[in-house]
Design a protein around this ligand. Structure first.
Ligand code: NAP
Ligand code: ZN
Length: 362
């Protein structure tokens, strides 16, 4: 039986080990793939800490290969309808279709029964991508067009979430005229709560809409983050000290902190939209007052949740990453703040203070 090096955890109890494992038994397809870079996020760290009760190992295994962000090279693939050949660079999708109506139409991101219907690589019942090599189906691979995009393509998975959330925003903002009377978003303000990797990717995307973009957090930021914020012409403020803009039109929350979200929802303009993206089950509860409700109702405010993204959002993400790779001197590359080896397991335990996105080179 083949044995490969892999980073594994045991879901949902956690832990992390890097060592030889038998090639997983639940081989999905015949495409043999090796990761080039894998990305690390809060979900991986929370899984390792045993903090995600909804995670589970693949059937018949007492471990799960961790990691759901990756750019890989195809080593060997049979002829397929997706135009993927041996040698190609690809991003594997995380969430795999179930049998509900949304999954069947290619939108597992809108799955109607996430707990039972779908599997997610490195999260729910399916091995992830931190392994010497693995097997997958062509349907679940998205091709990267340019070799020069390899490193930045490690951001495809988190960017696809941004693409989906902004699709949700577009739908929600359609119920009234959201643009200014000059037909643009130039006079609109977008506020992004949080300053982690997803927040930065939202900032890149909100600028595409030509909104004035603010990022906020409850503390000052280090030099490295402030430099990128400057380079991409976004404004940052520490909301414990400064007021920020009086009114905003679009809020994107990446904190998942209820008290923080409520503080900002009352800044929304008439017909404003708030997208809830961050999740934080450990955050303390916060009361919502009758006046908050009055404010939301009287201002026609829409609050919408957005999770994951489908294959079309991955394609969209690649297209935007290609564009950002060449604009602002490739500032998007600076979001990758550290490159590690698979055996640098400490990076999974502790987040460096200036981290935006840490990746592993395989
Ligand atoms: P992250 O790096 O942990 O980002 C979270 C950001 O929120 C950090 O900058 C954090 O600040 C900030 N924050 C936390 N509490 C705050 C508060 N009270 N006020 C202001 N800012 C606060 O994680 P990420 O990878 O960027 O992901 C962002 C969030 O989205 C996470 O909750 C993640 O679980 C979730 N997520 C959702 C989806 C989806 O599909 N909906 C997909 C991926 C991730 P400091 O760390 O600087 O203190
Ligand atoms: Zn489904």
């Amino acid at each position: 039986m083949e044995r490969i090096m892999a980073l594994t955890t045991s879901a949902p109890k956690g832990g992390l080990s890097y060592g030889k494992i038998h090639l997983p038994i639940n081989i999905e397809g015949k495409a043999k793939i090796k990761p080039v870079y894998t990305g690390l996020c809060g979900t991986d760290r929370a899984e390792i800490a045993g903090g995600l009760p909804f995670t589970y190992n693949p059937v018949g295994q007492d471990y799960m290969i961790i990691g759901h962000e990756a750019v890989c090279q195809v080593l060997d693939i049979e002829e397929n309808n997706f135009g993927i050949k041996s040698g190609d660079y690809v991003v594997p999708v995380v969430r795999r279709r179930g049998s509900c109506i949304n999954c069947r139409i290619g939108r597992p991101d809108n799955c109607s029964d996430v707990d039972h219907d779908i599997r997610e690589a490195g999260i729910r019942g399916l091995d992830g991508f931190n392994a010497e090599y693995f097997y997958d189906t062509p349907e679940n691979l998205i091709k990267i067009n340019e070799r020069s995009m390899l490193k930045v393509s490690a951001l495809t998975e988190p960017v696809k979430n941004v693409m989906k959330a902004l699709e949700v925003f577009e739908k929600l903002s359609e119920r009234s005229i959201f643009t200014g009377d000059d037909s643009t978003y130039l006079l609109k303000n977008c506020l992004i709560i949080g300053t982690g990797s997803e927040a930065f990717l939202y900032a890149f995307m909100a600028r595409e809409y030509r909104m004035k973009v603010y990022m906020t957090n409850r503390h000052e930021l280090g030099e490295q983050k402030m430099k990128i914020i400057d380079e991409i012409s976004v404004s940052f403020y520490n909301y414990m000290k400064d007021q920020g803009p009086d009114k905003v039109d679009l809020i994107i929350d990446t904190s998942g902190d209820p008290a923080t979200i409520m503080r900002f929802v009352r800044k929304l303009n008439y017909n404003g939209v708030a997208i809830m993206f961050g999740t934080n089950g450990a955050a303390s509860d916060t009361p919502i007052s009758g006046n908050d409700i009055n404010y939301i109702v009287e201002h026609n405010i829409t609050i919408g949740g957005s999770v994951d993204g489908s294959k079309k959002h991955y394609l969209n993400a690649i297209q935007h990453l290609e564009k950002w790779n060449y604009s602002e001197g490739g500032a998007v590359n600076k979001l990758i703040t550290g490159i590690y080896d698979p055996d640098d397991t400490g990076i999974f335990m502790e987040k460096p203070s200036d981290e935006i996105k840490s990746i592993i080179k395989w």
